[in-house]
Design a protein around this ligand. Structure first.
Ligand SMILES: [Zn+2]
Length: 254
């Protein structure tokens, strides 16, 4: 994309987001060193990034998932529900929490996640994060659907998110339905599983097909978005496929 076109597309993305006024759009984040006290926009940025991990954001997600998986494992199996609740509450009690009054004014997430709509894939919980940290895009089967890819363009270009994780999960019903040529699907669901069916490799069992679909969605997203492909090539965003195993609670990178 030429600089002019990129500038135009960024202006379009920024329009009506409110982030320009808040001074939080990507490219306007440099500290104002000439001032003794932080300017309001800088002060807000500091509040909104207070939970942002230092170093590699992907490793931070992996580390957060390790904490979740340990609690998930401890809470697995027959036990008194109060005990199970305590095990999970203890995990959440350990979360970093951003100030809601700051979040009411803006956001500065540090990772974007394209994942399935499945109720068993609550990303903030399974990466041990709080509100304002993860930019979520979800649809059944975690496909690179157009509105989702557009949302990720916004995350990268406007919010400056440096990482996109495309994550499938064990027992995905959308992939299972896509694998069944006789599945009875509505016209809209038929459209939804089309890209999943395009990813299928004959003979692959469900767990492998789910991983293949996550990798396929990653590439499809980059094929679909010139902006995201350009950002990746320029090193402004890293893109990674992943797989969440519901039973163990563990996310593995693909
Ligand atoms: Zn699913």
């Amino acid at each position: 994309m030429s600089p002019d076109r990129r500038s135009v597309s960024r202006r379009l993305l920024l329009r009506e987001t409110g982030l320009v006024a808040a001074g939080l759009a990507a490219g306007s984040l440099m500290p104002r060193q000439s001032q003794a006290a932080p300017a309001p926009a800088e002060s807000l940025r500091q509040q909104l990034t207070a939970c942002e991990p230092g170093g590699d954001p992907l490793q931070a997600l992996v580390a957060g998932n390790r904490r979740f998986a340990a609690a998930w494992k401890a809470a697995s199996g027959p036990m008194d529900n109060q005990v199970r609740r305590r095990l999970m509450v203890d995990l959440l009690a350990d979360n970093c929490q951003l100030d809601p009054t700051a979040l009411a004014k803006g956001q500065k997430p540090w990772a974007a996640i394209l994942s399935c709509a499945d109720s068993r894939v609550p990303t903030e919980i399974l990466f041990h994060r709080g509100p304002g940290e993860l930019f979520n895009v979800r649809c059944a089967g975690n496909t690179a659907f157009s509105d989702g890819v557009a949302s990720l363009e916004y995350a990268v270009e406007v919010l400056g998110v440096p990482l996109i994780l495309v994550m499938g999960h064990s027992g995905c019903g959308a992939v299972e339905a896509a694998m069944d040529p006789n599945a009875s699907l509505t016209p809209l669901l038929t459209d939804l599983v089309k890209p999943i069916r395009a990813s299928l490799v004959p003979g692959e069992p469900l767990p492998a097909a789910i991983r293949t679909n996550a990798r396929y969605a990653t590439q499809a997203m980059l094929r679909k978005s010139e902006l995201l492909a350009g950002a990746k090539a320029a090193g402004r965003v890293r893109v990674q496929a992943a797989y969440f195993d519901i039973g163990s609670g563990q996310v593995s990178l693909l």
